[in-house]
Every structure is written in structure tokens, then in C-alpha cells.
Design a binder for this molecule. Structure first.
Ligand code: V47
Ligand code: SF4
Length: 373
């Protein structure tokens, strides 16, 4: 499949990268820097699209899911976060385990296949609270996969409980945890973490907990928060670190680039990313992460319109119906709160792809005729 004219790629100085992509060879960080520097975003996107098409053809995936935040109380105070509050502050909230389970019960008639549960690093909630949430949701809906608690929360639970992160993961797994979401990765660079989230688990720590999860047979996702004060080199080093771990464990399912939403955060003077920046970051991620099967265009942060176009720039997944998203919306995300299955299918089909419903592990599900959600 030739999607780009060789004369043209030579003219824009990407012919050697084009040859590597065609041959399925690994790109270097320097290649990534040249892709970011290339003003022809359409050609960079076409390279990524070539890889995406080789891997997934015309399929574009989505999931029927539900997001639940059990609490926004957090001891970390990351500067980019508009979601968290200190305990006792106005707008701080904390659900009981029954309230979390009730949120799942309220959607009993919807054919959701995934619940995505995250919160802040709460100073007091006991470990039994998290185990109980998992157990009770599994009892209520055994067919639904539970993707819950980022590596940052896992480290926090372990420190609070005085047990190892491995033990936390094993106990959560036996309580019903199926997978970890990819949050908390931000940018691994110690420079960035020192400036924006010094209290948070280090980049190395995030990678180690994900490695541990993979060793225990728990798949995970990975994210990158971009568009604040990081350099392109720091983004690429973040991608390279994920690629190295994936070479060793093959435990990552999907990569999700998250454009920084600047409203109500502690970072001043940073404008929201533009569409070109978002599309280029998706494309470079697809091209660098040659051992990741899936790149997600997370419509909540990207906007539905950019996420749709991103399916032509290397992304193969549109994420899900979501419902009640707080982390992006409290930071000014202007996207909808939820989409229905029918809306997602229309968006994907209008982009020229075949909508494929998947579960958290990207296993294809049989097509549905009901339009309940
Ligand atoms: O961990 C925080 C980031 C993450 C902001 O694994 C911000 O399938 C943008 O990880 N602007 C939560 N981003 C979201 C997340 C996620 C979402 C959907 C699917 C999956 C998955 C994971 O959002 C946080 C943090 O990295 N974040 N503040 C902000 N102002
Ligand atoms: Fe807490 Fe996560 Fe927000 Fe950081 S990004 S303050 S760890 S909720």
C-alpha cells in the first residue's frame, strides 16, 4: 500500500523515515524529533495511517463503558489537576462503597462491558474500601470488566497499608480487578515531575508498578499528558520508556495521549493545544510505539471532532460512552459528558471506518442490534 509519493517525502526530508516505516523498522528519538519538526502534518499523519491500516485495516474500536470517580480528595496536589481537592475543601467529595456500587446498579439495563474507576490519593480510606468496591461490582455484574486504580493509587494504597505494591495488586486482583487504567504517567521526566507534581509517584515508580502488574498477569494502559511545559524530546523519551517496558512484558494494551486542559489548574499562561498539535502527537505516538497494538483518540480531552479526525492520523480507538467524566471537564474540557453507542458508531462510520465494539482487552464483541445506550 503506497499512501505517499516518494518524491514528495524526499522533498519534505522524511524519505529515510518513510523507508523505515515501510520496512517495519523501529524509529529513533531523533526520527521522532524530525517528525514533530515537520510542518507537513498531513504527511506525518499519512505515515501513521499507513501503520495503523497495516495493523487494523478499516476497523475503529470503541467500548460501552462507565467512568466512576470514588473521590477527588488527594494528597498530591499536582499543578495540572483541576479535579482534586484537599480533604474538607469545598467541592471535595468521597463516595461510600455503596454509592459507587449504586452507580453501577443504576445502569443495570445498559449493556456496558467496562467500568473505569479512579480517584485521588485519599489520605484515610482503608484498603478494605477498594476491595469491597471491586467485590460488590463483580457480584452485581460478573460479566463487566473492571479497569480501576492507576499505578499512582496502587503505590498510595501500599504506603498507607504498609504492604508491598505487589501484594496490593494481588489482593485487588483476587477482589475482582481486571486491568489498570493508564493514568498518572504524565511525562516521566524528573524535571517535569519536579516542577508539576513533586509529591507524585516518580516516572520510574510508575513503570515499575506497571511491570509488576504485567508480571502478575494484569494488563494495563499507558498515558502521556502533553501540551504544558514539556519539550518534544521529553515526550519522545516518555514514549521510548514505554516502548522498552513493552518489549520486556507485552503487558500494555493501549496508549492514550492526553492533551492538557488548562482551565482551573495551577499552571498559568499555557494555552490549550491546537488541533495540529494533537494530531501530530497522535501520529508520532503511533509511529514510535511500534509494539503497542492500540492508540486511543480519547474524545473527552481531544473533543469529538478532533478525535474523529485522529482516526486518520494513527489512532484506532475512540474510547467509549464514558458517562459522568470529571477529570477533563473540571479542567475545562468542552466535550460532551457522554456519547451513546449509536453516536459513536455514526462518528466512526462517517470517518470511513468500520465501528467495532470491543471490551477492555480489545476483544471484538458481537454486533449489537439494541440501541439501549
Ligand atoms: O491521570 C489530569 C490526566 C488522567 C489533567 O486507561 C489531565 O483507558 C488533561 O488516565 N488535562 C486521567 N489531563 C485520565 C486517564 C484515562 C482516561 C481515559 C481512559 C484511560 C484508560 C485513562 O488525566 C490523569 C492525568 O494524567 N489529567 N489533569 C488536565 N488538566
Ligand atoms: Fe491527585 Fe491524580 Fe489530581 Fe495528581 S492528577 S492531584 S494524583 S487526582
Amino acid at each position: 500500500m503506497e499512501m505517499l509519493d516518494l518524491e514528495w517525502v524526499r522533498k519534505i526530508g522524511l524519505d529515510d523515515i518513510y523507508e523505515k516505516v515501510r520496512a517495519g523498522l523501529r524509529l529513533s528519538i531523533e526520527d521522532g524529533e524530525r517528525l514533530f519538526a515537520c510542518p507537513d502534518v498531513v504527511s506525518v499523519g499519512a505515515l501513521a495511517h499507513q501503520v495503523r491500516t497495516r495493523m487494523h485495516g478499516r476497523a475503529a474500536y470503541y467500548v460501552v463503558n462507565q467512568h466512576i470517580n470514588y473521590s477527588n480528595v488527594c494528597v498530591n496536589g499536582c499543578r495540572f489537576c483541576a479535579f482534586s481537592r484537599r480533604k474538607g475543601e469545598p467541592q471535595a467529595f468521597q463516595l461510600t462503597s455503596s454509592e459507587v456500587v449504586d452507580k453501577v446498579a443504576a445502569r443495570r439495563d445498559d449493556r456496558i462491558t467496562e467500568v473505569h474507576i479512579v480517584g485521588g490519593c485519599h489520605p484515610e480510606l482503608p484498603f478494605g474500601y477498594y476491595e469491597e468496591i471491586l467485590c460488590r461490582i463483580k457480584q452485581l455484574r460478573p460479566e463487566v470488566l473492571i479497569k480501576a486504580f492507576t499505578a499512582v493509587e496502587i503505590a498510595h494504597f501500599a504506603a498507607r497499608e504498609g504492604i508491598s505494591t505487589r501484594e496490593v495488586l494481588m489482593r485487588l486482583k483476587s477482589a475482582g480487578l481486571d486491568m489498570l487504567p493508564g493514568g498518572g504517567a504524565e511525562v516521566f521526566s524528573p524535571r517535569i515531575r519536579g516542577l508539576l507534581c513533586p509529591e507524585k509517584l516518580s516516572g520510574q515508580g510508575w513503570l515499575e508498578i506497571n511491570r509488576e502488574a504485567h508480571e502478575l498477569g494484569i494488563k494495563t494502559n499507558a498515558t502521556m499528558l502533553y501540551g504544558h511545559i514539556e519539550t518534544e524530546r521529553e515526550r519522545l523519551e516518555h514514549l521510548a520508556a514505554l516502548r522498552r517496558l513493552q518489549d520486556e512484558t507485552a503487558g500494555f494494551v493501549c496508549f492514550i495521549p492526553l492533551p492538557f486542559q488548562p482551565a482551573n489548574t495551577g499552571i498559568e499562561g499555557v494555552e490549550a493545544t491546537t488541533g495540529v498539535e494533537d494530531l501530530k502527537t497522535i501520529a508520532v505516538s503511533r509511529l514510535m510505539l511500534d509494539n503497542f497494538a492500540h492508540i486511543k483518540a480519547y474524545w473527552v480531552m481531544l473533543t469529538v471532532k478532533t478525535a474523529q479526525v485522529a482516526l486518520h492520523f494513527g489512532a484506532d480507538d475512540f474510547d467509549g460512552t464514558v458517562v459522568e467524566e470529571k477529570i477533563g471537564h473540571m479542567a475545562g474540557a468542552e466535550s460532551e459528558q457522554a456519547l451513546t453507542r449509536a453516536e459513536i458508531e455514526r462518528i466512526i462510520a462517517e470517518a470511513g471506518f468500520e465501528p467495532v465494539e470491543r471490551n477492555s482487552f480489545f476483544e471484538r464483541l458481537a454486533p449489537q442490534v439494541d440501541e439501549a445506550v
